[in-house]
Design a protein around this ligand. Structure first.
Ligand SMILES: Cc1ncc(COP(=O)(O)O)c(C=O)c1O
Length: 501
């Protein structure tokens, strides 16, 4: 055991061991020695008193708690008997170096939280240029030094007006969307904005059209709001509005990614956009436009946003800095039709009152100074290169078995096998290659999945992208060979896949 002299700082600290004598771990009405024992156990198992550290002298503890000295002595004796503490002659009582296993086990959490993917081909990664990061650090530092009263109080549920104004300017120049800063609400990302908006415009049990295949995280948010998602298939022109009308004509909303359908990457055609807006008007429904990656357009000018076409009448626009800056920032935003500003603001205030103010000023500085646009220009070039390398490596190393359309926008691509191939082949290949990214099948809800992968190319060094792509392509060839061999042996016909873009 580590021996700590009683006059050390740790010993002095233990003289003021914080004990909770009223918490749920203490049996009300039991003897004082028992309650003290339970409170000490709680402090030890909760890590407040750490293994090897001294417990307060008995006299001090009696004074601190108001219990009689012999109650303290009995509690300590029981701690020692149960293995939570040890007594050293002349030095006092210490927390045991090893706490009994049964207690340790009880403290171990059984909750398994899935860690976000990290390796090459993972989605959701970004690269922020070192110059942009330096500017961001400088802006954030300056803002912190000027930290004033306005940051110490409750704020507007929509977030700082300064950042909302900067976003309004950005939306007008980049997305052709004219809106007043008062129509903008900041949130900690699209996911959060979606929860707030859905809670304000729909009630549990309402139907909402969702693209199939589509973005699983949005689908989860929709489920958590108690809504009924209606899977509407997607073709080469985007969500098939006629199918939506047939499946759920009076749904309350539609969630779409019109500029770059997630995951397939198709762009919603103008006739489809108009069809969708017509339905929304007929049904009195809203359209939620998730415009998650339009800033990364590689060829040609970006299309006008759906909200821009609709002049923010029925469309709620959502954007995020998770891709244009970095996901850890946790700042996203939505632009709202005027009549929704009141209800959405009220819903936000009821949820988490208002967004944290610390980094809003620095993000506004990035936008207003041009550092944001400069970063986008630089990383767009890097992403284009990464996109091309990934697409060509996959297609060459798989001998053309994987078809890899090169996306004109965004940070991911889709690599597909022939639709006649069983999606399990893709699952086997991915598991064998041990790479990040998703199976295309993970983004399907009702429609029969196409066999393939959804792979992120942004924010990963090129050599790692190439190595992972090669491993995946080789594993794909091996899985295909095994599948063909098994089929030729049994004469089983392969699954025919449903329509896809
Ligand atoms: C379709 C889609 N929408 C939105 C986002 C951004 O989500 P958030 O702002 O919650 O991080 C992503 C991120 O990967 C996405 O793929």
């Amino acid at each position: 055991m580590r021996k700590i002299p009683t006059n050390s700082p740790a010993a002095r600290r233990k003289a003021e061991l914080p004990l909770d004598l009223d918490g749920p771990h203490v049996t009300p009405g039991s003897s004082s020695q028992h309650r003290l024992y339970q409170a000490l156990c709680h402090a030890i198992t909760g890590g407040i008193a750490k293994p090897g550290e001294p417990l307060p002298p008995q006299r001090t503890l009696a004074k601190q708690t108001g219990f009689r000295r012999n109650a303290v002595t009995s509690a300590y004796e029981r701690l020692i008997a149960d293995g939570f503490a040890v007594a050293t002659v002349g030095s006092g009582t210490f927390v045991a170096a090893r706490i009994p296993a049964r207690v340790n086990d009880a403290r171990k959490t059984k909750i398994a939280i899935e860690a976000p993917q990290q390796g090459a081909l993972a989605l959701g990664c970004t690269h922020i240029d070192e110059r942009a990061l330096q500017r961001f650090r400088a802006f954030a530092g300056r803002r912190m030094r000027a930290f004033g009263n306005e940051h110490l109080q409750y704020g507007d549920p929509r977030g700082s007006r300064e950042l909302r104004a900067a976003i309004a300017d950005h939306l007008l120049s980049a997305r052709g969307l004219r809106c007043d800063p008062d129509q903008i609400m900041l949130a900690s990302g699209t996911q959060h904005a979606l929860r707030i908006v859905l809670g304000a415009i729909l009630k549990p049990g309402d139907q909402i059209w969702c693209e199939d295949p589509g973005y699983p995280a949005a689908r989860r948010a929709i489920g958590h709001c108690g809504l009924r998602p209606v899977s509407v298939p997607v073709d080469a022109s985007g969500m098939i509005v006629a199918r939506g009308r047939a499946l759920a004509p009076s749904a309350g909303a539609a969630y779409v990614t019109p500029s770059h359908q997630f995951p397939l990457g198709v762009q919603m055609s103008m006739p489809r956009r108009l069809e969708l807006l017509d339905w929304a008007r007929d049904a009195g429904a809203f359209v939620i436009e998730d415009d998650y990656d339009s800033e990364f357009r590689y060829d040609g000018a970006p299309l006008l946003s759906l909200a821009g076409i609709d002049h923010l009448s029925r469309v709620i626009y959502m954007g995020t800095f998770a891709k244009t800056l970095f996901p850890g920032l946790r700042i996203g935003y939505c632009a709202l039709p005027e009549r929704l500003v009141g209800p959405v603001t009220t819903a936000r205030a009821a949820l988490d009152r208002f967004p944290g103010t610390l980094l809003e000023g620095a993000v506004a500085d990035m936008l207003n100074s041009g550092a944001f646009a400069a970063n986008l220009r630089r990383v767009r070039g890097l992403y284009r290169e990464a996109r091309d390398v990934l697409a060509s490596t996959l297609s060459t190393a798989s001998n053309g078995e994987l078809s890899v359309p090169v996306p004109s926008q965004g940070l991911h691509l889709v690599a597909r096998f022939d639709p006649s191939i069983d999606p399990l082949v893709a699952a086997k290949a991915k598991a064998e290659a041990g790479v990040a990214g998703w199976l295309l099948a993970e983004t399907y809800f009702r429609a029969r999945p196409l066999p393939g992968f959804v792979l992120g190319f942004a924010g990963h060094p090129i050599p790692q992208l190439v190595a992972s792509a090669q491993r995946l392509a080789e594993a794909s060839l091996a899985a295909l060979r095994a599948n063909r061999k098994a089929n030729s042996g049994t004469g089983v016909r392969r699954l025919k896949s449903a329509t896809g873009p």
